[in-house]
Design a protein around this ligand. Structure first.
Ligand SMILES: Nc1ncnc2c1ncn2[C@@H]1O[C@H](COP(=O)(O)OP(=O)(O)OP(=O)(O)O)[C@@H](O)[C@H]1O
Ligand SMILES: O=P(O)(O)OC[C@H]1O[C@](O)(CO)[C@@H](O)[C@@H]1O
Ligand SMILES: [Mg+2]
Length: 459
């Protein structure tokens, strides 16, 4: 998808007429390696070949609007009511983002009314629109020390008009949607309904997911905390497998369609012999298949450690007539329900090794919820706070239908249309996957497999 400058422009509710509380601080600031001045922009691409490929002057190549405080703002802070909603799966840092938004609104913009809508989008339905949490700096003072979200979250669609009615009834001028790919679709859905009704309500997305499957952001918040926690489980399984004859250690991590957690956790632990991710299919049988590779490792080093993303090998359940695990269908948000690849591998590896006289000591851990229910680590805590500040500045400046993100280290505004345009996945030809292959010494592929393109057509 070739992007043009106009594809990266962010919609505005109107002219900014009110003085910002940051006006004086901004009066002398200019763009530097560590600051992007108001009106300046951040390049989408960062290599000479990609930039010269446009044959355009610098001002016309695709670039994002920089995030950050403005000299003038759209809303009169004295009249603003803000709303916050958290959607989808839990992720370290949700409470940090809520806390950061509340603090920035109340302390610097002197916004007095901040409503927390409960349990995801259902909190915006008629039945729940009055059951909001009044968010104040005092109420959120310590919430960042705990995982989860004080507002609760949920999955499942709601009627756009009913949700917009709730915003109108509660007098909400700005809605912050903290969510993943689904949440960004929901924010887009809401923003469209608001625009169709000619309402002056800003919708700003804060991208969230431990899977890191969102595009146009360096990494989603919470991802680092999640994969750091996953590293502990890989280390444990590695100790267990190494201490047992024919030890087989398997850790199944979250990552429905993207294998970032498995890849980064395996690199961090530096103990995996094999990493399996949704983006790269693998065959079980054959001399160059996975089972033969596991056998060679058990024979040569006495044990093997496997790290896999829950979304890996999903084609095996249907393409090889293997028993169906955990059924199919979708969750309330339309996300596909995965077959349990961990159980499948455990069974197939045990059968294979037993048949060749290497009956394994199987050590299997599925820490899924243990890695996303924790509080944010120091890195993500800072990241969440800065994303929250950027979200507030964007909203107060009348930006809408946009998300805030960090792109090439700079904080930027990303149109929601781009945020929902594709899924971020591990590139089998990229340098991250190259590092995984270098670290595990696993082959680039296992056996003859279906075409990646067909498999990578993620819903
Ligand atoms: N296309 C869509 N239009 C409107 N709402 C949507 C759409 N897709 C998802 N949603 C809603 O957005 C909310 C969050 O979606 P979902 O449950 O998939 O989690 P998510 O935001 O993707 O987060 P994560 O990936 O971290 O679990 C849900 O209430 C879901 O119904
Ligand atoms: O929260 P649920 O419905 O169990 O869904 C789990 C899914 O949510 C995520 O944590 C984030 O999308 C995925 O990694 C995982 O597959
Ligand atoms: Mg999602």
């Amino acid at each position: 998808m070739t992007l043009h400058l106009d594809d990266l422009r962010v919609r505005r509710l109107g002219e900014c007429r009110y003085d910002s509380p940051f006006a004086e601080m901004l009066s002398t600031k200019q763009t530097s390696p560590h600051y992007v001045a108001e009106g300046d922009r951040v390049l989408l691409e960062d290599t000479v070949s990609m930039l010269s490929g446009h044959s355009l002057p610098p001002g016309r190549v695709p670039s994002f609007e920089a995030a950050g405080p403005r000299r003038k703002i759209y809303f009169d802070p004295a009249d603003v009511t803000a709303g916050i909603v958290t959607c989808g799966g839990l992720c370290p840092g949700l409470n940090n983002v809520i806390r950061g938004i509340v603090q920035e609104l109340a302390v610097h913009y002197k916004v007095k009314q901040i409503l927390g809508f409960r349990n995801g989008l259902q909190g915006l339905t008629a039945a729940h629109r009055d059951d909001t949490v009044e968010l104040t700096p005092e109420r959120v003072r310590d919430i960042h020390n705990a995982g989860g979200t004080i507002l609760g979250s949920s999955r499942g669609g709601q009627d756009a008009d009913e949700m917009v009615d709730s915003l109108v009834v509660r007098g909400v001028d700005i809605l912050f949607v903290i969510g993943g790919d689904g949440g960004m679709h929901a924010a887009t859905f809401l923003s469209k309904a608001i625009r169709e009704r000619g309402l002056d309500i800003a919708v700003i997305g804060v991208p969230k997911t431990i899977d890191n499957d969102l595009p146009f952001t360096d990494q989603s918040f919470g991802f680092q905390s999640a994969f750091a926690r996953a590293t502990d489980f890989i280390s444990s399984v590695s100790v267990e497998a190494a201490a047992s004859p024919n030890g087989v250690g398997i850790v199944k991590l979250m990552g429905r369609h993207s294998g970032f957690i498995a890849s980064y956790a395996a690199l961090a632990a530096n103990a995996a012999d094999i990493v399996l991710i949704p983006e790269i299919p693998f065959a079980l049988g054959g001399d160059d298949g996975l089972l033969a590779h596991v056998e060679r490792l058990v024979r040569s080093k006495g044990f093997v450690v496997i790290v896999l993303a829950e979304g890996a090998g999903q084609d095996l359940f249907e393409k090889h007539g293997l028993p169906q695990y955990n059924g199919r269908g979708t969750d309330a948000s339309g996300n596909v329900r995965l077959g349990n690849i961990g159980e499948l591998l455990k069974e197939c590896i045990t059968a294979h090794l037993t048949a060749v006289g290497l009956a394994p000591a199987m050590r299997y851990i599925d820490p899924s919820y243990a890695i996303r229910s924790i509080a944010a680590n120091a890195y993500d805590s800072v990241y969440c706070l800065r994303l929250a500040h950027a979200a507030v500045h964007a909203a107060m400046a009348g930006r809408t239908d946009a998300a805030v993100a960090r792109w090439r280290r700079r904080f930027v505004h990303v149109p929601l249309s781009l945020m929902i345009s594709r899924r971020n996945q591990v590139d089998p030809d990229g340098d991250l996957w190259m590092s995984v292959l270098e670290t595990t010494c696993q082959p680039a592929g296992f056996g003859s497999v279906p075409d990646r393109g067909e498999l990578n057509r993620v819903p």
